[in-house]
Design a protein around this ligand. Structure first.
Ligand code: ADP
Length: 455
């Protein structure tokens, strides 16, 4: 087993990994930028190393600085966390080449799944259902247009290197196809340095349902159930829950086993998530994330399995300690992503937190690295806390989330707590009756209402 793990990340997820290390008796080193000197993860880790100035390119994406920190502190393994370098093939390769273990899959698996066009080919062969779309990269807008006519409008043009909803454009008719194609490609080039795009049929009203898998790289894999992440704004998840109110046990078992089987056949190692859209009783594979997800805690709550611990154990060469039949889904869990942003305009709101009180009580977990007097830096993403609740049933869970949101006090900055409270009041949300467009529609209605009152 590893003696010391270097954590190449920041904020709540760095702290989450420090906590797992502590419980496993492994020492932790957190690297940080100058903007994060006072970060909670930096304070809680056994050691910390400043690796550069605030901009990510010079710190959290600075591969030589991270490898040097690992060498200097004598770490055996590197945990990349979420975002930053967690799905970067080059980083993974260099970590291994320098004699450290990458806590995650092999660089080959990251490379295969990181290119979304290759990923789709791979999983198609392994038996996962796909959305009708281009067989691979679409090179020109003319080629795209004739294919779009075959698939049928609307179509979605997506970046092969995509992430966070960037480089994605819906083309609703042949007339607007070329401009959408160029926009998606240019946006992808600007965001990812790779303008290659592919195409899919645009589904009108799907849910986003993803399957958590865990595999040991020795041919063993299990699934840990699904997460319903349909509550989104601008393709970004806002509230996640499990189990999905849309699935029954038979559907859950079927898609879960397909995903686990796919991971086993790939020889995959570590945690991974297969994301699907789900419409009219059918699943369509979107992409596989070869890392931990922000929303992993809800799976932990209903399975009792510590995903970071398991990730570390399999990276160290351990065999999966359980079989599919050992995994029991107990109750219901929700996660609200609390962001430092205005709850209506969504304008980011970095700054000093003047008062903080975290909610508590039975079934409430808060994954956060903020504290009284902490200044949220303007440089990174706006997630400041994840409020996670676990309850016996979905109904109890709804009451518990509401209760916990009411207890939560974060002053000095704006947060989207009021947005969560608003969503929780909606009958459709309470009934579990929503798709990926539901929240955007709700926000639009709210804006219209405001305009009506103003005029
Ligand atoms: P990213 O990697 O940028 O997050 P994804 O492929 O995971 O991109 O898609 C993100 C979100 O975009 C999905 O959760 C869904 O809301 C929407 N989306 C993606 N593909 C489609 C599609 N073919 N039809 C409708 N919505 C889609």
């Amino acid at each position: 087993m590893f003696k010391k793990i270097l954590i190449a990340n920041r904020g709540e997820i760095a702290l989450r990994i420090v906590r797992a290390c502590r419980e496993m008796g492994i020492e932790s080193v957190v690297v940080h930028s100058t903007a994060d000197e006072n970060g909670m993860a930096v304070r809680m880790a056994d050691e910390s190393v400043c690796i550069g100035p605030a901009p990510s390119r010079q710190s959290y994406l600075n591969i030589p600085a991270i490898l040097t920190a690992a060498a200097v502190t004598g770490a055996d393994a590197i945990h990349p966390g979420i975002g930053f370098l967690s799905e970067n093939v080059e980083f993974c390769r260099m970590v291994e080449e320098h004699g450290f273990t990458f806590i995650g899959p092999t660089s080959e698996h990251i490379a295969k799944m990181g290119d979304k066009a290759v990923a789709k080919d791979t999983v198609r062969e392994l038996g996962l259902p796909l959305i009708p779309g281009s067989p691979g990269i679409v090179k020109t807008s003319d080629e795209g247009l004739s294919l779009a006519k075959e698939i049928g409008f609307p179509v979605l043009i997506k970046a092969v290197a995509g992430g966070g909803g960037k480089g994605m454009k819906v083309a609703r008719s042949a007339d607007e196809f070329k401009s959408c194609f160029d926009m998606a490609s240019n946006e992808a080039k600007a965001a990812f340095g790779n303008g290659d795009v592919y195409m899919e049929k645009y589904l009108g009203n799907p849910r986003h349902i993803e399957i958590q898998v865990l595999a040991d790289g020795q041919g063993n894999a299990v699934h840990l159930g699904e997460r319903d992440c349909s509550i989104q704004r601008r393709h970004q998840k806002v509230i996640e829950e499990c189990q999905s109110p849309a699935l029954n046990d038979a559907q859950r078992k079927q898609i879960g086993e397909l995903a686990a089987d796919c991971a086993a056949k790939m020889g995959y190692r570590g945690v991974g998530t297969m994301e699907f859209l789900y419409e009219d009783g059918k699943f369509y594979f979107l992409e596989m994330n070869t890392r931990l997800q922000v929303e992993h805690p809800i799976t932990e709550m209903i399975t009792g399995i510590d995903l970071v611990r398991e990730q570390i154990l399999v990276a160290a060469g351990g065999k999966l300690p359980f079989k599919q039949e050992d995994i029991v889904f107990d109750g219901h869990a929700f996660e609200c992503r609390i962001n430092a942003e205005h709850p209506e305009t969504f304008i980011p709101s970095p700054g000093k937190i003047t008062r903080y009180h975290a909610p508590g009580g039975l079934g409430v977990r808060v994954d956060s690295a903020i504290y009284d007097g902490y200044a949220v830096p303007p440089t990174y993403d706006s997630l400041v806390a994840k409020l996670i609740v676990h309850a016996k049933t979905r109904e109890e869970g709804l009451m518990r989330v509401e209760r916990a949101l009411d207890e939560c006090v974060i002053e000095g900055i704006n947060t989207n707590i009021a947005l969560h409270q608003r969503i929780l009041q909606e009958p459709e949300f309470r009934e579990g009756n929503f798709t990926i467009h539901w929240l955007e529609n709700l926000l639009e209605k709210q804006e219209e209402e405001k305009r009506r009152v103003a005029s």
